[in-house]
Design a protein around this ligand. Structure first.
Ligand code: ZN
Length: 895
């Protein structure tokens, strides 16, 4: 019934000609069609529509881009008509688009996918396999190469190349390629960020033919996090990332993985492995050897085709976890490629004199071992990148085919090696006590480890190990697991490997951040066990997932107490307030009727009317709240739902995006305010305004200031290049003066420094400076440098901002700002809420001369008039990965 369809029908309207067809297609999934077409599609490869006939242009053509749905439609048609292709749903994007993996291989392998998947899993996880069994599975198995394309949606080429790759492999009669398809299954995620893909393509089409063709897209190309999406693969907060990570954590266990990216326009044309130093120390050495083989074969195969400008061992290090989505910590031969960009689909002309390199592997743009065939400049087009994508992908398949038996054997050998190392080398276990300051975060870590394919256990009795007591019910993560490298990486604190270009010379700087320790970032106490213990081993029982949720509220309860120590208490409280349920907060520990409350605890009086709704709220938590049978004590503060604004700029504002994500996750309602809307808006309709990290000049003028104090003109349609201006800033201070609350962190605190003015009346302006200044520049002169690390702070007690917080935590800092307060004038005041300790400041990651921070102020509360301002010298919600500090932000919403 489908054979006779004219493919052009799919082009515009994205309508299936027969509604029934569409219905069956979606309802029964692809297996149904795979079965029907496996019979009918034999040897029908010649009937497949070419990408050009389907899309109306050859992908890669100048100034042409296709959207997500046509891409998927095309892949589905290929899957229906070709016995070399299958397509499977893998998850849902944050904006609700279905995501897919496309499987390309020989007809026999495609028919046999289920069995091949089982083999992958066994090779990946069975550390007890006999040599005979391993030989058998290596013979029967196929190498799965996973390709993750264009997660950074502005980097359009890998996805645009995907129909050409699929069509080529589906129709080829080249005996060499047929051999690859025999040995290898190419498992392609054709678009790893479908939401962002449509945003970028729509933006490009909107401006095509205008003077702003190829301009940057305002906003983030994702529901929330934009370019930070590959910084999310430890925490797995975004549903598109989760779908992709499950392919190697849970379901398909590919042996090889490649992430496809693009870089700037004026450097090398292409980057292939090996990566640059430093490398992550927990990774098995053979992973690097394998990526070097794949990378060198790409460089060789691509230059044989005359593709100039391929570079290796340049710029991109393999220390942090974003570049291969943590796959290399799970025994996958994982790698990255990067192509030089054009303006989305608009060609660029590069003068030879404009070509340059950024160091780290290439000191000059010259013929050298890391770039033996430099590109000489000229026109660079989307079609060029697409050609490079085809040849690099084919080279990877060729290498995987050539070494298929070795790769499959390596996967199982490495599994055995990791388990054996876990049994014979410390640390043997990580232990997390059942009792924690925030038990919800403990449950969060355990669920996350399970999502990553890590087994977690519980002890069924008390075990004394040296001076450490491990109590019944504590959680234990043994290191003797196939994903040992990952467990160790995320459970220990980070120590950046300091490597130098020359002995004693300049250090190789980190590419990105340097800390991601789950226990430290989430405020969960954990410790390593560095001795083998049979007693502990024998006390472990495996946890079943999903973990049990809280039970219904007991009949005898008169009120529900949500402890101030738990982040998820705020979620419950915001949900309750939005259902018009009254919520109270304890400000003092002592209560009139002896009820046991801590400062900051939330209390809801149960009534016949709200009991059902409160039950629903409680069941949505990961830990049961506390219940009280006594009647409600006096002296509690009734809360009202704060009206919150969040300031987000047009300039790929990822920190604001992450903040939106966190607010949504905790059911906290908010309104997004663009900086230029501050002048026009009635700020008094808000109680709290949040300023995520952003440069002062971007907030004020929409332009970034360079180090020489000149402005760089942004690459956006000028209608988006706007800031709040002086007028907006004055209005903001009037908002504070009249009782508003502003929470500002990291760079945006710069807005509030120095002399400010507010209008008192028509003829009078008041000038003042808040009693705070940023002293970072003087510390940088003392060589302070923090690339993105966890630093220890001490918190004051007895302040509404620190309710529920321990005395000391680690906060995510990039070295600035650091504050100094002063004695206030007029109607102003200040309190230091957090400061750095005298020593042991660095908790995890890397820092230079962090001693300069000793005893300096990290967080300050300020008062002006009737209002309040909180300045955080760190990101309290960094990439949704520092939940240890969330309460410092959430408490600010109730000031
Ligand atoms: Zn990228």
């Amino acid at each position: 019934m489908v054979k006779g369809i004219k493919y052009s029908i799919f082009l515009e309207a994205n309508q299936y000609p027969c509604p029934m067809f569409k219905k069956i297609f979606y309802l029964s999934g692809l297996c149904f069609f795979a079965a029907i077409f496996a019979l009918s599609a034999q040897n029908n490869q010649s009937e497949l529509p070419t990408p050009e006939s389907f899309f109306g242009f050859k992908p890669g053509a100048d100034r042409e881009l296709f959207n997500y749905q046509p891409l998927i439609d095309y892949m589905k048609i290929l899957a229906e008509k070709s016995d070399r292709i299958d397509i499977k749903e893998i998850g849902i994007s944050p904006l609700g688009k279905t995501m897919y993996a496309v499987f390309l291989s020989s007809p026999a392998n495609i028919k046999n996918l289920h069995r091949l998947q089982e083999i992958n899993k066994t090779l990946a996880l069975d550390d007890q396999m006999s040599i005979e069994e391993q030989e058998k599975l290596v013979k029967e198995g196929r190498v799965f190469v996973m390709g993750a394309l264009s997660m950074h949606s502005g980097e359009v080429a890998p996805t645009q190349a995907s129909p050409l790759i699929a069509y080529d492999l589906a129709t080829t009669s080249d005996p060499e390629k047929l051999q690859w398809l025999n040995d290898v299954v190419y498992m392609m995620v054709p678009s790893q960020n479908p939401d962002g893909m449509d945003m970028v393509v729509d933006h490009y089409k909107k401006y095509k033919g205008t003077k702003y063709e190829g301009s940057s897209m305002p906003g983030v190309y994702h529901k929330y996090v934009g370019h930070d999406n590959n910084r999310d693969f430890v925490t797995l907060t975004q549903s598109d990332n989760l779908a992709v990570a499950r392919l190697y954590n849970q379901s398909w266990f590919p042996q090889v993985m490649v992430e496809k990216h693009q870089m700037g326009s004026t450097g090398p044309r292409y980057f292939v492995p090996p990566m640059h130093d430093p490398i992550a120390e927990n990774i098995d050495e053979q992973i690097w050897s394998w990526t070097r083989i794949f990378g060198s074969n790409m460089a060789k195969d691509m230059s044989a085709l005359g593709q100039a400008g391929v570079s290796q061992q340049y710029m991109f290090d393999d220390y942090w976890l974003g570049s291969t989505e943590t796959a290399i910590w799970k025994n996958v031969i994982g790698m990255l490629t990067e192509a030089a960009s054009v303006k989305y689909a608009t060609p660029v002309y590069i003068e030879k004199s404009e070509l340059s390199v950024g160091g780290k592997g290439l000191g000059e743009y010259k013929k050298s071992i890391n770039m033996p065939l430099p590109w000489e400049g000229g026109w660079w087009r989307l079609g060029d990148i697409v050609d490079y994508e085809l040849s690099s992908t084919f080279s990877i398949l060729k290498t995987a085919s050539k070494h298929h038996a070795d790769i499959l054997k390596f996967r199982n050998d490495l599994c055995k090696k990791q388990v054996e190392t876990g049994k014979t080398q410390a640390p043997y276990y990580f232990v997390m006590h059942r009792k924690q300051n925030d038990e919800g975060e403990l449950i969060g870590i355990i669920n996350l480890l399970n999502e990553h394919g890590v087994a977690v256990y519980k002890t069924d009795k008390d075990v004394l190990l040296g001076s450490k007591m491990i109590s019944e019910g504590d959680y234990v993560v043994p290191l003797a697991q196939p994903f040992r490298a990952f467990i160790k990486e995320v459970m220990e604190k980070q120590k950046f490997p300091e490597r130098h270009y020359t002995p004693g010379g300049e250090m190789i700087r980190p590419y990105d951040i340097t800390s991601w320790s789950l226990p430290l970032h989430r405020g969960v106490e954990s410790f390593e066990v560095n001795e083998e213990s049979v007693e502990l081993h024998n006390s472990l029982s495996k946890i079943d997932f999903p973990l049990a949720q809280p039970e219904s509220i007991p009949e005898s309860a008169n009120s529900v107490v949500f402890p101030a120590t738990r982040n998820e208490s705020f979620k419950a409280v915001f949900q309750a307030m939005q259902k018009d349920i009254k919520v109270y907060r304890a400000e003092n520990p002592a209560t009139s009727n002896g009820t046991d409350l801590n400062p900051g605890d939330f209390i809801v009086q149960l009534t016949a009317k709200n009991r059902d709704e409160m039950n629903t709220i409680v069941k949505g938590l990961s830990v049961s709240p506390n219940y009280e049978e006594k009647s409600m004590p006096d002296g509690l503060k009734e809360l009202s739902l704060p009206k919150i604004a969040l300031v987000e700029t047009n300039f790929h504002d990822m920190d604001a995006g992450w903040t939106r994500y966190i607010l949504d996750t905790y059911s906290i309602p908010f309104t997004v305010l663009k900086p230029d809307e501050i002048v026009k808006s009635k700020l008094s309709s808000f109680d709290v305004i949040l300023f995520p990290s952003n440069q002062k000049d971007v907030l004020l003028s929409g332009k970034r200031k360079r180090s020489d104090q000149t402005y760089s003109v942004p690459d956006y349609d000028p209608k988006y290049v706007k800031g709040m201006d002086k007028e907006g800033l004055e209005k903001l201070f009037s908002f504070i003066n009249e009782g508003g609350v502003v929470l500002s962190w990291e760079q945006s605190t710069g807005l509030f420094m120095g002399t400010q003015t507010i209008e008192i009346d028509k003829d009078t302006k008041e000038e003042f400076s808040l009693p705070v200044s940023d002293i970072t520049s003087s510390l940088v002169k003392q060589s302070l440098s923090v690339p993105g690390s966890l630093l220890r702070i001490k918190l004051v007690k007895d302040h509404a901002l620190t309710y529920g917080m321990p005395e000391s935590i680690g906060v995510f800092s990039q070295g600035s700002p650091v504050f100094s307060t002063s004695v206030p004038n007029f109607d102003m005041d200040r309190r230091v809420i957090a400061s750095y300790p005298e020593d042991n400041i660095l908790l995890s990651g890397y820092a230079e001369n962090e001693e300069a921070l000793a005893e300096k102020t990290a967080m300050v509360w300020l008062k002006k008039g009737k209002g309040q301002l909180v300045m955080y010298g760190f990101n309290p919600q960094f990439r949704a990965s520092t939940s240890v500090a969330y309460k410092l932000l959430f408490n600010g919403l109730f000031l």
